[in-house]
Design a protein around this ligand. Structure first.
Ligand code: NDP
Length: 340
């Protein structure tokens, strides 16, 4: 650690890993669970997706300490049908379930051409690019969906019902990291609205409505009212689709049910995630799908002003591996206090 600069603490990724691992272990995670959750947060920090990085650590530590989350979870895999697998997360954090399910899903997709994995009974599915990117690294194409807590109103409605329900997609590439996008179905991420409220900034009128149903640019009013789907009713329909796929389809909670279960304690949501995986080698153009995809990417990039989704993260990943990361000094102190 090289000390603080402008209230930021510099850490190498290795130091960030150790800090998180020690904190989770001290608060009740066994080695395997502390490792999986830490790996996920440090990966997010490395890609500079801070809202899924160490920012989450105090929340994770307190939910293990309170017993809400099982810090010794041992997720189990069950084959429900030839192309359908279920992972029961044993009330642990999602990353340990992801570790257990990955190979089973990849093998099942290669055997059948298509496979689905339903994760149930696990806490806080965070950013979704790690799981889909890993599948595309192995030549597979993948989609992921999850719910959260009710923040988004249905089209025309005034009360929060859907989560900000993200979708992830990954496509394999030749000699390049996979093409990955991962985005909420709300116009703005919840965290961005909270940060705007904290910093006294306005939000776009499309972000949400107040309790009276009127559009507003005041983030505090949106937080009391409801967020809106991106693109109006179209985003709301996608949020609804994600609720169905990651909830009733797989036997997991709706966003509203996850909140009821938490009883307003502010812990991470217990929910489900659906990952669908396709092996392009089993479809119509097994020898050419990669180069055919590359044609699309080069057509996109031939237009000035474009970039591929995921490109920002891959640049950040290379840089932080060499230079390390910065976290707010207040967060660093909070984590140290949690380690006692
Ligand atoms: P963003 O709007 O920041 O980005 C969405 C996607 O668009 C990313 O893949 C991003 O790639 C890509 N992108 C951004 N700008 C461009 C551009 N100019 N050209 C091409 N592609 C671009 O994400 P969100 O705020 O919607 O979500 C952030 C994260 O929060 C996600 O990882 C999501 O899974 C997570 N989330 C999790 C929830 C949960 O309950 N678990 C709920 C809601 C969100 P790049 O990364 O390279 O910038």
């Amino acid at each position: 650690m090289t000390g603080t600069q402008q209230e930021q603490v510099h850490l190498t990724l290795k130091q960030a890993y150790q800090l998180s691992f020690d904190c989770l272990q001290f608060n009740g995670c066994d080695d395997a669970n502390a490792h999986a959750a830490t790996q996920c947060m440090v990966t997010a920090e490395g890609d500079m997706c801070h809202s899924h990085g160490l920012f989450r650590l105090p929340w994770y530590a307190s939910s293990v300490k309170s017993g809400r989350v099982n810090g010794s979870a041992k997720p189990s895999v069950k084959q429900l049908a030839p192309a359908v697998i279920q992972v029961d997360g044993d009330r642990g954090f999602a990353p340990i379930g992801h570790g257990v399910g990955h190979e089973a899903l990849a093998d099942c997709a290669r055997a059948n051409g298509i496979a689905a994995l339903a994760f149930v009974n696990m806490f806080h599915i965070s950013a979704m690019w790690p799981e889909v990117e890993r599948l595309a690294d192995e030549g597979l194409c993948a989609f992921a969906f999850t719910t959260s807590y009710p923040y988004v109103a249905p089209a025309g409605g005034m009360k929060p019902l859907y989560g900000t329900n993200p979708m992830g997609f990954a496509w394999p590439r030749h000699d390049a990291p996979p093409l990955v996008f991962d985005q909420a179905s709300s116009a703005m991420a919840r965290g961005e609205i909270q940060i705007a409220a904290r910093d006294g900034h306005l939000v776009p009128e499309t972000a949400g409505i107040g309790p009276d149903g009127e559009n507003t640019t005041d983030p505090n009013v949106v937080l009391q009212g409801a967020q809106l789907g991106f693109g109006g009713y179209k985003g709301a329909s996608l949020a609804m689709m994600v609720e169905l796929l990651a909830g009733p389809l797989i036997g997991a909670a709706l966003s509203s049910e996850a909140l009821e279960e938490d009883r307003g304690n502010g812990g991470p949501p217990r929910g489900g995630e659906l990952i669908m995986c396709l092996d392009p080698g089993r479809f119509g153009d097994p020898d050419n799908f990669l180069s055919h995809g590359e044609r699309l990417f080069s057509d996109i990039l031939s237009q000035p002003g474009t970039r591929l989704p995921g490109a920002r993260r891959f640049v950040n990943r290379e840089r932080t591996a060499k230079e390390g990361i910065h976290i707010p000094g207040s967060l660093f102190e909070e984590i140290q206090e949690l380690i006692g």
